[in-house]
Ligand binder design. Sequence first.
Ligand code: HEM
Ligand code: HEM
Length: 216
Amino acid sequence: MKEIIRNKKIWDLPLRLFHISLIFLVIGSISSAKLNMLDLHQYFGVALLGLVFFRIIWGFFGTYYSRFKSFNLSIIDALSQFSKTNTITSIRTPIGCYSTLIFIIVLLSISISGLFSSDDILYDAPLSFLTPNHISDWTYLHNILHYILYILIGTHISAILYYQIVKKIKIIERILDGYSRIEKMNIVSINEKPLIGILILFILTILPVLILLYFN
Ligand code: HEM
Ligand code: HEM
């Protein structure tokens, strides 16, 4: 019998733009820091901070699957997620939800700690003058956090590839075009009005860059 694939819209456009922008800004932040281009690094960093703020706002005002309210945080579901008898049928898996929240917390902490850091030679971050006695603590925290981010990204990409290749769910296509491509009864089809989301995303990402440019 021919399989019926229900193609319902699940990821709104602002959330998908958030994901692409996030990848771009994380790569930009890490490579500019490793190349010792800290003047450029700070712009990637503050743009990323604004982008994370967008994700938090979108967690309250976005469409169904973007909202924190739709997150499944059941520990029991999380523990059974990778077992063969797993019966979770929702789009939002518990481990996926936990990982989104952990990403938000780590990215927020890494960007905020960066604002108070210094390389002790040529570059002092824009807010380092506020806590002059703790600059080395902030810098230490900033440096530790980026290793945690590497672990998170590594785990994230492995989990995505597991779903894509082993479980044969077209999860990557989903985050690119927003459509579910799966036969499940309990999928909520979203009705998005993307313009306001794109506008908030754009303003929150660009504004910190403009403020920094103005004060530099
Ligand atoms: C909010 C804006 C940010 C500012 C002002 C900032 C500032 C700094 C400073 C001053 C350093 C040099 C620390 C040292 O010499 O030990 C640094 C290093 C670094 N930052 Fe940031 N940062 C920001 C955001 C970010 C973000 C968002 C990321 C990652 C996504 C990041 C990743 C790194 C990395 C990988 C290093 C190099 C650490 C090392 O290997 O020594 N930063 N940053
Ligand atoms: C810098 C690297 C990356 C970071 C920081 C990152 C972060 C995230 C975050 C925070 C989410 C949750 C979206 C939300 O609800 O807000 C997410 C979802 C997702 N990411 Fe990434 N991502 C990265 C790279 C990638 C790459 C390279 C791929 C593709 C191979 C990918 C595929 C996905 C997919 C398919 C989802 C949706 C998962 C689901 O259906 O629950 N990500 N990512």
